[in-house]
Design a protein around this ligand. Structure first.
Ligand code: HPA
Length: 262
């Protein structure tokens, strides 16, 4: 990063249906994913594929509108995107994601502060870390396993931000599935039996890649649906997007308070 470019500090990844969270802020810089080498265009509906630098309460921040998923190709689009944020000066990352709820502790339309991520995308770790680290590929899976960490101080700040914004914030653990299909009811039952409260197709690869670069990570899930088998209605991506959009204003207030508390 050139010395005269102001450090960005905070990066926020916006998940499915959550792009409007970043819309109202004045844009200082804008880059499409396909302008960032190795990232490529965002292919999933609800993922706009753009990085914007904005200012919140005087603090420069990056919003990433959408993300590439592993199932969109076998390159390392997430690792490259995180690396780009790092090169822009981002050192703390808030990952947001649409998620299905496995129990009554969080209902569709509610926000959840994620306490722990169960990485069910671990087969991707070979591609998650090498680009993001200089460690030799032979060491990667062990290094990545030790590197799935959510930062306590960021979680505490998100809780303070929620109090200031007057928002109810649930807590829970999240299983990060590879997608692109939703889970089966028996997978959901198995996860529920070990105490998992949410499922998503994001969270783990971003956190692994960011941790590998030494970035601090927090994750906020937006509950968009009951998980497969809990809901009697079949899940659709459109319903996920519609519910995500209805919660975007609450998430924006939470992110705004979070950045202002920095
Ligand atoms: N499962 C996985 N990913 C999701 C879900 C879900 O139920 N809802 C939103 N993203």
């Amino acid at each position: 990063m050139p010395a005269d470019v102001e450090r960005v500090g905070t990066g926020v990844l916006l998940g499915s249906g959550l792009s409007s969270v970043g819309d109202p802020f004045d844009v200082e810089r804008r880059l499409r994913f396909d302008e960032i080498p190795g990232v490529g265009d965002a292919g999933v509906a609800g993922h706009r594929g753009e990085v914007r630098t904005v200012r919140i309460g005087g603090h420069p921040c990056c919003f990433v509108f959408g993300r590439r998923h592993y199932y969109e190709g076998d390159e390392n689009p997430i690792g490259r995107l995180i690396e780009h944020l790092y090169e822009s000066g981002v050192r703390q990352l808030v990952v947001t994601s649409a998620a299905g709820s496995l129990d009554g502790s969080a209902r569709p339309g509610e926000l959840v502060l994620v306490d722990a991520i169960l990485d069910l995308q671990f087969r991707n770790r070979r591609t998650a870390a090498p680009l993001a680290t200089s460690s030799p590929p032979a060491n990667t899976s062990r290094a990545a396993a030790a590197n799935l960490r959510l930062a306590d101080h960021l979680r505490a700040r998100i809780q303070r931000a929620a109090r200031r914004a007057g928002l109810r914030l649930n807590r829970g653990s999240l299983a990060s599935f590879p997608g692109p299909a939703y889970e089966t009811p028996s997978e959901i039952r198995a996860l529920k039996s070990i105490g998992t409260s949410l499922v998503s197709m994001s969270g783990a690869p971003e956190t692994v890649a960011a941790n590998a670069l030494g970035m601090q990570v927090a994750m906020i899930a937006v509950v968009t649906n009951w998980a497969a088998g809990i809901s009697t209605v079949p899940l659709t991506h459109d319903d996920v997007l519609t519910c995500g959009q209805s919660v975007a204003a609450d998430l924006r207030r939470l992110i705004t308070q979070f950045v202002e508390l920095d």
